[in-house]
Write a protein that binds this ligand. Structure first.
Ligand SMILES: NC(=O)c1ccc[n+]([C@@H]2O[C@H](COP(=O)([O-])OP(=O)(O)OC[C@H]3O[C@@H](n4cnc5c(N)ncnc54)[C@H](O)[C@@H]3O)[C@@H](O)[C@H]2O)c1
Ligand SMILES: [Fe+2]
Length: 371
């Protein structure tokens, strides 16, 4: 099987990393962000570097960006004709910017527009991935757009931008990082290059996310989780993800659950399902266990220890174990079960799951997550 690992994005990190934006003096720059970034003043950290540029700001991104937002954003920038788009915010703003850029190019507004991605949450890894997750609210689905055209030219990691992320968002997004790292490590497309990044990312998020939980103002811990998020993004951009993400996209879109939270809830259930009666998959998860320092000579026990550890982390972070515990609309889910199962089977993340899945597997897993 041919596997691919490529890196396109230049990654700048550290406290003064935003200064590199100064080199784009004279350009027409479109910023895609959300209202919070503007009202909180965080946007000034970007615009103060762009005093020599023509700047237009589209600030209407909402969590889990929809097709409609992509069209609104493209209309907004149509006459402005940006030479560069700066994506500034959480995964939602980053993905919206990628979708807007793709729409602008398809409209013929420009042949090429440079993309700079500046994440303000530590979760999606979207700053270095060729994915943009778009919502279709009419059909209650979320689908990944996947194209190398969606890769940012430049990613800037400045952890001071994430200091204001509230506790629940920090924990949900942090568990998204953990899920990216684990799913990349067990994916059918995992390779030595993606493993190197996923292993380091898993070790860092496991060590530092609880420290962020203890003290949201711990700058070192914030920085480590921010870097781990980007590394996990690089890993899964090559290796792909798995069934946790396939199910999270479908369930999250229907029930409006934060992406990282639904991933964290599904992760222990899917590890159990994938590893059952499969020695090779069990070995891969046992490897994940060892990365975070768990020890046992028997790989099956190591997988159980990993599951238990994730359940404990979820509990510590206030992430519920089931949809019932979360208070999700179970009736709505039951009514839409056939569509949800189809969406999971068609999701591109499901295709790189280490174990093939069928209709009845997904039905049973959904019953399990309902609780
Ligand atoms: N493209 C990819 O590779 C990829 C991977 C995983 C997830 N995703 C997508 O990313 C989205 C989730 O992204 P997310 O988890 O970063 O959440 P988000 O972007 O939806 O942000 C969550 C909330 O946090 C707020 N926020 C962001 N930065 C903040 C800051 N610095 N201080 C205070 N508040 C802040 C936002 O305003 C928003 O209300 C989902 O749509 C998911 O499907 C994409
Ligand atoms: Fe994710």
């Amino acid at each position: 099987m041919v596997k691919q690992f490529s890196i396109k994005s230049h990654i700048y990190s550290g406290t003064n990393a935003l200064q590199i934006l100064k080199q784009y003096a004279g350009l027409r720059i479109g910023i895609v962000t959300d209202n919070f970034m503007v009202s909180s003043g965080l946007i000034n950290r970007i615009t103060e570097q762009l005093s020599q540029c023509k700047v237009a700001i589209f600030k209407d991104v909402k969590p889990d960006p929809s097709i409609e937002i992509l069209q609104q954003g493209a209309q907004f920038f149509c006459d402005f004709k940006p030479e560069m788009i700066i994506a500034f915010g959480g995964g939602s703003a980053l993905d919206a910017a990628k979708g807007i850029l793709a729409t602008l190019i398809s409209m013929g507004t420009a042949e090429e527009i440079a993309l700079v991605a500046i994440p303000t949450t530590s979760g999606s890894g979207s700053e270095v991935t060729s994915y943009a997750i778009i919502s279709d609210p009419t059909n209650n689905i979320k689908y990944p757009l996947v194209s190398d055209d969606l890769l940012a030219d430049i990613a800037i990691l400045d952890s001071s931008l994430v200091m204001s992320v509230p506790k629940n968002v920090s924990m949900d997004t942090g568990m998204d990082v953990m899920t990216h790292a684990i799913e990349a490590l067990v994916s059918i497309n995992a390779n030595d290059f993606s493993d190197a990044l996923a292993e380091k990312s898993l070790r860092m998020v496991y060590e530092y996310l609880p420290q962020v939980l203890d003290d949201l103002s711990n700058q070192l811990a914030r920085e480590k989780v921010h870097n781990a998020s980007c590394m996990a993004g690089m890993a899964f951009n090559s290796a792909g993800l798995g069934l946790v993400h396939g199910m999270a996209h479908a369930l999250g879109a229907l029930l409006h659950i934060a992406h990282g939270k639904i991933n964290a809830m599904l992760l222990p259930i899917i590890i159990q399902f994938n590893s059952l009666d499969d020695a090779l998959i069990t070995d891969r998860y046992a490897h994940c266990s060892r990365i975070i320092g768990l020890q046992h000579h028997d790989h099956t026990v190591l997988v159980q220890l990993l599951i238990h550890e994730i359940q404990c982390m979820n509990k510590m972070m206030g992430i519920p174990a089931s949809l019932k515990e979360l208070g999700a609309n179970i009736e709505l889910l039951q009514q839409n079960l056939p569509q949800i199962i189809t969406a999971v089977l068609n999701d591109s993340c499901t295709k790189t799951n280490p174990k093939p899945v069928n209709h009845s597997d997904i039905r049973a897993l959904i019953q399990q997550i309902i609780g």
